[in-house]
Unconditional design. Structure first.
Length: 277
């Protein structure tokens, strides 16, 4: 069985940057996981003493606090700064952008619509910058039941969503409201990885998507691959692999989420190569 890697996959700029920041800081804490990959979080803890906390209330004794790639709510950041802690910001610049847009546009009187998962830490952080709050939706169906008060709407996207679904949201708003400002805040790495996954899934018999099962961008890759190859499977490590997936397959495609380090990808590809089909 041939194994083929996607043309674009794995660590994005923001994740590489955050990991380097955490390694250089050492002996620090992060508010929530730095990235959505448990194995890499464990490596940072074991090798650099970077510990993950659940919220800022646990950071009272910490001397150095790292802001995760997804960012944190504005009030939490302000509290950390008020406490005179050493705050090291590892928020991805692609996430900082929608934060700034929400703050600026809400100051100018626009209602804010965010396309994304309201429970995702990135979205929680972005929404916190909207002065009068934000409407978070994942589909046009959710918008149909929403009550937007004015005629000035500004819309942004979670950085890891599908572009076609974002365009459905923006087209719906543009057809119903007088003024709609659209800010495409989906990051470049997301575009590239999703396009590469789609291309790979169209030619493979089975596709393995490697990444954290709580990672938004990894779940989006899995969803895209499933559209074109029904035998597409999401795994976090080599222990998740099932040899039955590869029976009678000729081409196995492999892609990975933006929080997946090369060493995990190499281990999984190595195990797949040893499976007898």
């Amino acid at each position: 069985m041939e194994i083929k890697l996607a043309k674009s996959y794995g660590f994005c700029f923001g994740v590489k940057r955050a990991i380097k920041i955490a390694e250089n800081a050492g002996n620090a804490v992060t508010i929530g996981p730095l990235i959505h990959n448990n194995a890499e979080i464990n490596r940072l803890k074991e090798n650099f003493n970077v510990t993950t906390l659940h919220d800022i209330n646990e950071a009272k004794e910490a001397k150095k606090t790292i802001i995760r790639t997804h960012g944190i709510p504005k009030k939490d950041l302000e509290q950390l700064l008020q406490d005179n802690k050493e705050v090291i910001d590892a928020t991805c610049p692609y996430v900082t952008k929608p934060q700034e847009i929400c703050e600026k546009m809400s100051q100018e009187g626009y209602e804010i619509v965010i396309f994304g998962d309201a429970n995702h830490p990135e979205v929680k952080g972005v929404a916190s910058y909207a002065i009068r709050g934000a409407l978070v939706v994942q589909s046009v169906a959710e918008l149909e039941h929403a009550k937007l008060k004015g005629h000035k709407i500004a819309v942004v996207s979670q950085t890891t969503r599908k572009i076609n679904e974002f365009l459905e949201i923006t087209r719906y708003l543009e057809s119903r409201y007088k003024e709609v400002r659209v800010f495409n805040t989906i990051c470049n790495a997301t575009f590239e990885n999703q396009d590469a996954a789609k291309e790979l899934a169209q030619e493979a018999d089975v596709v393995i998507i490697i990444g954290g099962k709580n990672s938004s961008n990894t779940k989006q890759l899995h969803s895209i691959c499933k559209e074109y190859c029904k035998d597409s499977f999401l795994v976090e490590d080599e222990g998740d692999l099932d040899e039955n997936w590869f029976k009678d397959k000729k081409l196995c495609g492999v892609t990975a989420g933006a929080s997946t380090p090369d060493w995990i990808i190499e281990k999984i590809v190595g195990k797949i190569s040893k499976i007898k089909v």
